[in-house]
Design a protein around this ligand. Sequence first.
Ligand SMILES: [Zn+2]
Length: 310
Amino acid sequence: MATTSFTKKALGLETPEPGVTPPPAAASPTFVKKPKLPSRKSRKKDIPEGLWTKCPKCATMVFDKELDENLKVCARCQYHFPIGARERIHSLVETCTFEEMDAEMTSVDVLNFTGVASYTSKLQSYQKSTGLKDAVLTGICKIGACRLALGVMDFSFLGGSMGSVVGEKLARLIEKATEKTLPLIIISTSGGARMYEGMFSLMQMAKTCAALAYHAKARLPYISVLTHPTTAGVMASYASVGDLIIAEPGAMVGFAGPRVLKDTTQAELPPGFQTAEFLLDHGLIDAIVPRKEMKARLIEYLNYLMDGPR
Ligand SMILES: [Zn+2]
């Protein structure tokens, strides 16, 4: 019996080692008492969120209010931050002239698609976080004195992917423009076709382009504005068939991404590949227009292009 208790004590199993035990609080309060530090959680609360944004290009901390006033463009290096569809419409369109079309149209999960999460739950969560029903807003509005049909995509909704709703809303917008003899502007930003809708998303490429063909037949101008990034199915359909194709500075524009191309072709890609500047040099786009000049330039282009039909 005695031997067992001795062994236990030696191994420190029965009672804790005296040296590790903190001395009683009353012994020497000033020495033992730890200063009360605020916990990480409460410290985080003290710093107001969303006041500064770090520019990913020049690493400058930009004051958010300044960034908003500057249409989300870094004043130092002219980096164009992504901008939502509503903000963009606000920056271009004359106040209170935007009449939205098909505002309540939402996608249906025809394929019962389930990956990590179901398509339906993804749609719901994006609708909640962005306040949008899908990745495009369409409507008739006025820019300057010119009435026109305007479609603006939003990358924050499922990567601006083109599903049946994006295709249908744009097709209806284009048809409306043709019917009302209005010029058309589509501001694109997209990762491509929406894979959750499989074949149905790919069919939107043909549908939108067919509607555009009728619009062109009516001798009405279509200006395609490419913003960062415009790729894949969208670039391979309506984004690249404008009478005038303009892009924002530094926008990535292409079909497949540079990594895929590099792997497939096993060739070294030229510097600046797939940027708006590279495409302007190679004749795929007509102009690069900074965001702050966009409205004035669009008015200029519309006036010039609409002179014929008028
Ligand atoms: Zn910058």
